[in-house]
Design a protein. Structure first.
Length: 506
């Protein structure tokens, strides 16, 4: 905590009032008219009653998740079990009931150890996700027909994923200490509700959200352990270590980064090593499947394939996708080290994960779940968030209508040209959100999070830290933080000259 002298620059974080989006965001203010209008200056902060901001956000997220379950009811009742195209025309497809049989859970087979019948010889998911699937099958006590077992398996998984949703909502609401209402972006995101029960991605998203909360509290080891566990559930969370490396390099926080990296590696090994040693063929299936997978739904690679009529060699696509990702990371590194002010952790994480999604050879509709919590922290502006969400909802509808077209004998649905337009909308929406995040980094006075004088609420030890390595424009002082007219003026990157300018301790 900062000392009494230090509060002339950084207000005591426990005393700073919560930021109310309805007082700062015109779209949020307009939307609040549905519940009585923007909060007034005499409104309770939420600490005196049961309905605190964090609890409200969690309840809203659970409510939206439940609405997403209702949206799947046509499939739950019959469409999963009667033909192929019905689940697409109702836009309620889910992998969960199909893989209950397809991956041997209905027969009691153990993931990674027991060989599966058919083309997929072993479960193609990371170890922690496989454990999640197995636990759900153990909790599935339904008997009777396979249809009844599949329905119950989906319902058990939905209950477990709802817990993950609550964890995500709470973690996002608490990551920025005085901006809990920003998490309503996540809670009310339509794409979140629509895709939450398609697959098991919410497990990795919950672990990643918890990791970011721990980093914001200065707990580097706990952050690393959670990132290692998240990477054992899905590959993308390991990408968070890249932005962290850049920011710790700029701030000289090498010990904290090393602690986080070692914690991540150790946690990943603890989960993976037993399966790696006892069932190596099953363990490596996720990695070989990812490498060998052909160009698939949602990627710009598919647009190229469909427009040219020529299949792309998977090895070439892997190479080009890797090169594009490396180029994007190089640009993000230059931005991180050369921006006039050190970017916020959530901003860089969003950009890296978005780059991975944009360059990848497949974009399943549930991958949007990876970005939604990060977007709420990186760019908590309702207008931009809703523009992006509109593009993602259009893609969600587009992929199912395209699959209905390809599986229906009468080709009822969206033809390839229409699906290509849906892919383009997804790509453009994501690029748009990346662009406004980059603008906030280059023009920190436009960053809504920093307009009250804050530095990096999700940055942990990076919050308010001095710069020790910068390049380009960042190497030329003076550099001042964006600040509100009546708020504090925050400096960074220079050695404090007076006690009043001292930095808060980590």
């Amino acid at each position: 905590m900062p000392s009494a002298e230090e509060t002339s620059v950084y207000q005591d974080r426990t005393q700073r009032p919560d930021v109310r989006p309805t007082r700062r965001d015109s779209v949020a203010a307009s939307g609040s008219e549905l519940i009585g209008g923007p909060a007034g200056r005499f409104a309770l902060r939420g600490s005196g009653g049961w309905f605190t901001p964090v609890r409200v956000v969690a309840l809203v997220a659970i409510g939206m998740f439940a609405l997403g379950m209702v949206q799947k009811m046509p499939c739950y009742n019959w469409a999963w079990f009667r033909g192929t195209s019905s689940q697409y025309t109702h836009a309620c497809y889910s992998d969960i009931p199909h893989l209950y049989v397809g991956r041997g859970f209905s027969e009691g087979l153990i993931p990674y150890f027991d060989r599966l019948p058919g083309d997929m010889q072993y479960l193609e998911y990371p170890v922690l996700t496989g454990l999640f699937m197995q636990v759900a099958s153990w909790l599935n006590l339904a008997g009777g027909s396979i249809q009844n077992q599949e329905q119950t398996y989906w319902m058990v998984n939905a209950g477990m994923l709802m817990i993950c949703t609550a964890v995500i909502a709470v973690c996002v609401a608490r990551t920025h200490r005085h901006r809990p209402w920003d998490a309503l972006l996540l809670a009310l995101a339509p794409a979140f509700a629509l895709t939450a029960t398609i697959n098991w991605d919410l497990l990795a998203v919950a672990l990643t959200a918890a990791a970011m909360l721990m980093w914001s509290r200065g707990r580097a080891l706990t952050f690393g352990i959670l990132i290692g566990l998240a990477t054992a559930a899905k590959l993308y969370p390991v990408l968070l270590l890249g932005p962290l490396l850049l920011l710790c390099w700029r701030a000289g926080k090498w010990r904290e980064f090393a602690t986080a990296a070692l914690g991540a590696a150790g946690a990943w090994l603890v989960v993976n090593l037993p399966v790696m040693l006892m069932a190596p063929e099953g363990w490596k299936k996720f990695y070989t499947f990812s490498q060998e997978r052909q160009v698939d739904f949602g990627s710009f690679w598919l647009i190229i394939t469909q427009r040219t009529g020529e299949p792309l060699d998977v090895d070439s696509v892997n190479t080009y996708a890797t090169l594009l990702m490396l180029l994007a990371c190089a640009g993000i590194a230059a931005l991180a080290l050369g921006a006039p002010r050190r970017p916020r952790f959530a901003q860089l994480v969003f950009l890296v994960v978005a780059a991975f999604i944009l360059t990848n050879k497949v974009y399943s509709p549930q991958y949007v779940l990876w970005l939604i919590p990060l977007a709420a922290l990186a760019r908590p502006r309702w207008r931009d968030f809703l523009i992006w969400q509109a593009c993602e909802v259009m893609y969600f509808l587009g992929i199912w209508m395209y699959l209905a077209y390809t599986t229906s004998p009468k080709h009822q649905g969206l033809p390839p040209e229409g699906y290509q337009l849906a892919i383009a909308l997804h790509l453009l929406g994501t690029l748009y959100l990346c662009a406004v995040v980059v603008r906030d980094i280059l023009m920190p006075e436009r960053d809504g999070v920093r307009q009250d004088g804050s530095d990096d609420p999700s940055g942990g030890v990076l919050d308010g830290a001095e710069d020790v390595f910068v390049v380009g424009r960042a190497a030329h002082p003076p550099r001042h933080a964006a600040h509100a007219v009546d708020g504090p003026r925050v400096e960074w990157g220079t050695q404090p000259q007076t006690p009043g300018d001292a930095r808060p301790s980590a």
